[in-house]
Design a protein around this ligand. Structure first.
Ligand code: HEC
Ligand code: HEC
Ligand code: HEC
Ligand code: HEC
Ligand code: HEC
Ligand code: HEC
Ligand code: HEC
Length: 249
């Protein structure tokens, strides 16, 4: 899966990735009946679980669903003396039981596929919304060629926080043509994607991918929070998104 890079138009410098046909490795290994190493009774209290899994609820940001207990997502099954701790629903459905998909027009591919745990820990982490990495590192983990470790032979790729994805899970992925420090060159050459928002001054929050994109969904192309007025000129100067920071553009 080596990228073919090209620079289109004068301003844009995005890179496209060769899409590889899908194949079937599942993320939900634990819902397929792998064996729990110690036998457990069906009514094992959560305090027992966390005696052994002591770091499962540790982190600055704990999923609110942890309050309702392990059984809101896991179920214990004992069969022929063997314990399985399954998920109560296939992993791509589980989160949607409580967080229905957005009805907006444009859905981010991994979100649409229910692959929530590619970005979020189901339990806890040190990052807001218990993502596995900071927001910026989450986005760069897939969209920066330098971060995503591609195994062309196996047709898999590993994000920096260790989850292995199949080609099918990365279908249509586009690398950004960022500079070496992954801080600039998108959506136009030289444009910052992180660091201080010098356009608005020292009190403005720093620039991140989320200054210009929603993480899950949007009613506008490219997960932009606002529409560019002319679909053929996404970088047009009267675009309300651009004007938010470039007031005199
Ligand atoms: C919101 C749903 C949810 C809740 C609540 C939840 N889990 Fe999980 N848990 C998951 C999912 C999803 C996975 C990952 C399964 C996969 O990757 O296929 C997982 C994986 C695990 C794993 C194996 C991987 C790891 O991180 O070590 C353990 C152990 C685990 N859970 C223990 C617990 C315990 C103990 C509790 C209660 C204190 C709990 N879980 C509560 C959804 C949940
Ligand atoms: C006596 C210790 C112990 C207790 C109690 C315990 N676990 Fe585990 N569990 C382990 C070990 C050891 C593993 C394998 C290594 C790992 O993933 O941490 C494991 C693995 C898991 C896994 C991933 C693999 C699998 O078997 O599905 C899940 C999910 C899990 N435990 C959930 C739970 C839940 C939920 C409870 C409480 C109902 C619980 N465990 C209670 C020791 C324990
Ligand atoms: C049993 C219901 C339930 C399930 C299943 C569930 N959640 Fe939640 N989740 C909640 C509740 C309740 C909240 C707090 C209120 C809210 O934001 O909707 C929450 C909040 C969140 C938040 C916001 C931060 C926080 O924790 O308050 C994230 C992120 C999140 N969930 C992700 C997930 C992911 C990923 C999954 C699947 C692994 C999942 N949820 C499955 C009930 C659930
Ligand atoms: C590509 C990574 C990614 C994927 C995939 C993803 N999320 Fe998120 N999610 C985020 C980020 C980043 C935020 C923080 C957004 C912000 O700060 O505006 C977030 C925020 C949230 C929140 C809290 C804010 C809100 O929208 O209510 C919930 C709940 C949540 N995600 C659930 C889910 C569920 C459920 C799925 C799967 C259907 C999912 N996420 C898939 C990255 C992701
Ligand atoms: C797990 C890998 C993964 C992560 C992490 C990820 N993306 Fe994506 N993203 C994809 C894939 C795959 C596509 C291609 C989907 C398509 O074109 O259908 C995509 C497409 C996009 C698009 C183009 C959508 C469109 O309709 O044109 C934007 C914008 C985007 N991602 C932004 C982000 C942002 C912002 C983050 C961080 C919150 C992020 N991505 C994190 C996998 C990822
Ligand atoms: C200053 C605003 C801005 C920032 C910051 C920004 N983007 Fe974008 N992004 C855009 C615009 C505008 C487009 C649409 C460009 C176009 O259509 O040619 C876009 C398009 C994309 C696309 C789709 C590419 C395509 O041609 O389909 C992806 C993927 C993407 N951005 C990811 C990211 C990621 C990841 C980050 C953070 C590293 C980020 N963006 C930061 C404004 C921004
Ligand atoms: C979140 C704030 C923010 C948004 C939104 C934003 N920009 Fe910028 N832009 C900046 C900052 C910060 C700079 C760095 C120079 C500065 O201080 O003005 C910059 C610089 C630029 C430059 C000069 C690049 C160079 O080489 O120095 C251009 C052109 C530009 N922006 C166009 C756009 C367009 C087009 C959009 C809408 C798609 C946009 N910007 C949206 C913050 C933003």
């Amino acid at each position: 899966m080596r990228c073919r890079s090209y620079c289109c138009a004068v301003l844009l410098c995005l890179v496209s990735v060769v899409p590889v046909p899908g194949f079937g490795q599942q993320l939900d290994v634990w819902s397929n009946g792998s064996q729990h190493p110690v036998p457990l009774k069906a009514d094992t209290p959560d305090t027992k679980c966390t005696e052994c899994h002591s770091d499962i609820d540790k982190g600055k940001y704990v999923h609110t669903a942890m309050i309702t207990g392990c059984a809101s997502c896991h179920q214990i099954r004992n069969k022929s003396g063997v314990t399985h701790v399954n998920l109560i629903a296939p992993v791509a459905q589980l989160c949607l039981n409580c967080h229905p998909l957005s009805k907006e027009k444009v859905l981010h591919f991994p979100y649409q596929k229910g692959e929530c745990i590619v970005c979020h820990s189901p339990h806890a982490s040190d990052f807001p919304n218990h993502t596995w990495a900071s927001t910026q590192d989450t986005c760069l983990g897939c969209h920066a060629a330098a971060r995503l470790r591609v195994n062309a032979k196996q047709k898999t790729a590993v994000v920096p926080w260790g989850i292995t994805l199949t080609a099918a899970q990365l279908q249509g992925l586009q690398y950004l043509g960022l500079n070496e420090t992954l801080t600039a060159n998108h959506p136009v050459a030289g444009h910052p994607v992180s660091g201080p928002n010098t356009a608005l001054g020292p009190n403005a929050p720093p620039i991140t991918c989320l200054s210009c994109h929603n993480a899950h969904s949007s009613n506008f192309a490219h997960l932009l929070p606002k529409t560019p007025p002319d679909p053929d000129m996404p970088l047009c100067k009267s675009c309300s998104l651009c004007i938010d920071c470039h007031r005199n553009m």
